[in-house]
Design a protein around this ligand. Structure first.
Ligand code: ADP
Length: 208
């Protein structure tokens, strides 16, 4: 959980590598569909590019298919899902059908200033979706992905006007879920204004 730009994706990738389970990002999956211009991708881009949420039924079906793939049987880190109460309930149902449960919910808290700074400097690889930042995580060669040589681009929804819309949507639709997970005693707090390198010891403690 956490607003856009709080560092969820960056930290989820580090963590997934460390504990060897897949990092499943709703935003990455949607962007892949959009790039491939699948039926879902075409529908999703109408919402994503404007900073709005993609309708629950589309996202839930996409996540259901992904979570039932064999690499997810030993567990996974979800990033950007659930984002509405409907999605949280659908996730609970799906997991209980598969005899699984949500073990931890990490809540990333970051100031608006930090969020805007992170999102406006963010660049992603157009091929493998690796995340960079012009100042904080620069690539070795400007504009080129260190990992796969792909071209680095700015996401359409990281444009200044759209960032404000996404923050608004987060506060209205997603922030209420924090209470949902707090009531289930699953919530752990991550001080997201820190840099990734400082987070590692904190995450280790949280996951115990
Ligand atoms: P961020 O967390 O920085 O906003 P994401 O990559 O998680 O970035 O999401 C980008 C966009 O994809 C969102 O603004 C929204 O349009 C769409 N999206 C991602 N996850 C969901 C979801 N669970 N439900 C609906 N829309 C989603």
């Amino acid at each position: 959980m956490g607003p856009p730009g709080a560092g969820k994706g960056t930290v989820a990738k580090v963590l997934a590598k460390k504990i060897r389970i897949p990092h499943i990002s709703a935003g990455d999956l949607l962007r892949t569909h959009m790039r491939k211009k699948t039926e879902l991708g075409k529908k999703a881009s109408l919402f994503v590019d404007k900073g709005q949420l993609v309708p629950d039924d589309l996202v839930i079906e996409m996540m259901r298919k992904r979570l039932l793939q064999s690499d997810a049987l030993q567990g996974f880190i979800l990033d950007g899902f659930p984002r509405t109460e409907g999605q949280a309930k659908a996730l609970d149902k799906l997991l209980s059908d598969e005899h699984m449960t949500v073990d931890h919910v990490l809540n990333f808290d970051a100031s608006n200033k930090k969020i805007t700074e992170r999102l406006s400097g963010r660049r992603i690889c157009s091929k493998c979706q690796e995340i960079y930042h012009l100042k904080n995580i620069p690539p070795k060669v400007s504009g080129i992905c260190d990992r796969c040589g792909g071209e680095l681009i700015q996401r359409k929804d990281d444009a200044a006007g759209t960032i404000q819309k996404r923050l608004e949507v987060y506060r209205e639709e997603t922030a209420p879920l924090i209470r949902y997970y707090d009531e289930q005693k699953l919530l752990r707090h991550v001080p997201a204004d820190l840099e990734v390198s400082d987070l590692e010891p904190i995450l280790e403690k949280l996951m115990k």
